[in-house]
Write a protein that binds this ligand. Sequence first.
Ligand code: GAF
Length: 395
Amino acid sequence: MTTTAAPLQDLINDSYFQLFNDAPLLVRSPGRVNLIGEHTDYNNGLVLPAAIDKNIIVAIGKRDDDVINLRSLDQDQAHTASLGALQRSPMLWPDYILGVVDQLSKRGHALKGFNLVFGGDIPQGAGLSSSAALECATAYALNELFALGLQRLDIALIGQAAENEFVGVKCGLMDQFASVFGKEQHLIKLDCADFSHEYIPFNNPDLRIVLFDTQVKHSLASSAYNERRQQCEYGVALIQKSNPAVTSLRDATLEELDHYIKPIDETVYRRCHYVVSEIQRLHKACDHLKNNDFKSFGKLMFETHDGLQHQYEVSCEELDILVDTVRHEENVLGARMMGGGFGGCTINLIKADQVHEVVEHVSAVYARKTGKTVQAYIANISEGTSTIRITKRTD
Ligand code: GAF
């Protein structure tokens, strides 16, 4: 019997087989959402992400030489590199894979060449961390293939370092950690200062996490991201002149910002004020979750959006329209822009039996106000990176 629509993993498995005439190892790594705690990870703060049911899938196999042979099924592009001479590619997607190879080599791991084919169903440019998922799927797959003995935390850290050093985006650890450590029906309360984490159940049947994708990605995203990080570091340096015990914004108080930053740099003050307030909000939000008080939790999501829009200034018109459209909807408990900003998705907490109505309303308003089409996804919270076993189909 022939199956109708082959799932993604079969498609990637079959493509690998056709290209290299061999059965690959298959690894999946998911995208993520983040409920609250935005732009706090690189300030040693806390975040509350979860892995979702959308993945990058990598098919990989060893070679006898030092060649790295890469195929992106989604882009329909190929790239070849050599282990000893890794260089950035104008296509960008190879960098997420080569950056991982670069990190492994720098850490003294002995690799050989390999073939790798990948694809996925994480919408790209939507702020759902498809790049972190590719980095983590690659690191996990290479770890399995060459028996490198890496732990899950090593895989997340290698993914982050690849992005920081090879791709050039100075991201924190949230996306890679969520992709690798995801747990079905749980949020991850991650402390980015020491990587300690706690799983918080998130399985209220009356609520859904819905993502509204603006379908825009403004070009200043990565340069502005790095700039925000520098501004936070500058803020810390200003406080340190009087209080050397403060080594990150996590340690700073709002009073210290008022005293040591406000008189010197108003912009840096607003950035730091957002971060310190957001870390405080996250703690409150976790208390609300423990009390099953989703209404209060949702209010904090709106507050986060306001901070990101006015103080941190990483939102954009399209994201603001999406949040403002649901702000006074009784069926929407909370909403905010999610991730780095300047486009991508908003994350919304919506009453389960009203999702359809809210999606219709938001789609209509967004089309009228922007002339663009919004894309809606329901995010189901899923497991982190894993290998996939293909059960052979009978044709
Ligand atoms: C991006 C980064 F990759 C994360 O590390 C995080 O800083 C996030 O933006 C903002 O919270 O997704």
